[in-house]
Write a protein that binds this ligand. Structure first.
Ligand SMILES: [Zn+2]
Length: 254
């Protein structure tokens, strides 16, 4: 299975519009981060987790040839705002499966009503095939089983996904022990780490490192990174040897 980091930035991306922060002005390509998403593919299967405002650009850069479904972590715009751009996949393949918990599906139906409507639908609008995910009910993607698990993003319940030896959790601030138990011992963990200073709704770097010490994966990758984390190259030097700052267009094999 391969995991391509389509975007590794927080909600505003890096650079932030109009910012003169040194990280936003950096020439290092690893300091340029689109909104957070990954493309997961194996055999002939191809899925993304989240579909933010940079989705179109991410699909073009990664040359993702098909889309068997989108798994959503939560409804915030930096994770969902690109949904309209599934149109080329819809035109080629038909309805695109989307996987999310009920609250997230309800939010998408409100904001993208023209995608979900069945009456007087505009011919150019895409359609989706809705699959509701419940945190204690594993489901199948292609020939693999997915174990969803929940965590809290401040007060908001968000979903992480374990697929075999890979687990993905972004926008987390707290997670219950019984949910951590579902991902203990995975080989590769992707987890969000916003910045150095504490934040009310996100892990900062130290929170993420503490969490990695509990889950104990062979390798961990940090994502959903703000410019306030610092320069990629400098932060990477300070990390434990099995922990990596992810960067856009990094592809890993699991
Ligand atoms: Zn986010």
């Amino acid at each position: 299975m391969k995991v391509w980091f389509l975007g590794t930035g927080t909600s505003q991306g890096i650079p932030v519009i109009g910012s003169n922060h040194p990280v936003c002005l950096s020439n290092d390509s690893k300091d340029k981060r689109l909104r957070v998403s990954v493309w997961i593919h194996w055999d002939d299967y191809s899925y993304v987790i989240d579909c933010g405002p940079d989705f179109r650009q991410q699909m073009l850069v990664s040359k993702c040839p098909k889309l068997d479904g989108i798994l959503f972590t939560h409804e915030h715009a930096d994770h969902t705002a690109g949904l309209d751009d599934i149109r080329p996949f819809f035109f080629k393949q038909g309805d695109v499966p989307i996987y999310a918990q009920k609250r997230v599906l309800d939010s998408l139906k409100k904001r993208f009503d023209y995608i979900f409507t069945t009456e007087n639908k505009y011919p150019g609008a895409p359609s989706v095939n809705v699959i509701e995910v419940k945190h204690n009910e594993p489901f199948t993607l292609g020939n693999k089983t997915v174990q969803p698990f929940i965590a809290l993003h401040g007060g908001l319940e968000i979903m992480g996904y374990r697929i075999g030896d890979f687990a993905y959790l972004t926008d987390v601030k707290t997670i219950a022990d019984e949910e951590v138990a579902k991902i203990k011992g995975v080989k590769v963990l992707v987890v969000s780490a916003l910045r150095l200073a504490p934040h009310p709704t996100h892990f900062n770097l130290q929170d993420a490192l503490d969490f990695i010490n509990i889950v104990k994966p062979e390798r961990a990758y940090l994502t959903h990174i703000s410019h306030l984390m610092g320069f990629h190259e400098e932060v990477q030097k300070e990390l434990p040897e099995n922990v990596f700052l992810a960067y856009d267009n990094l592809e890993i094999t699991i």
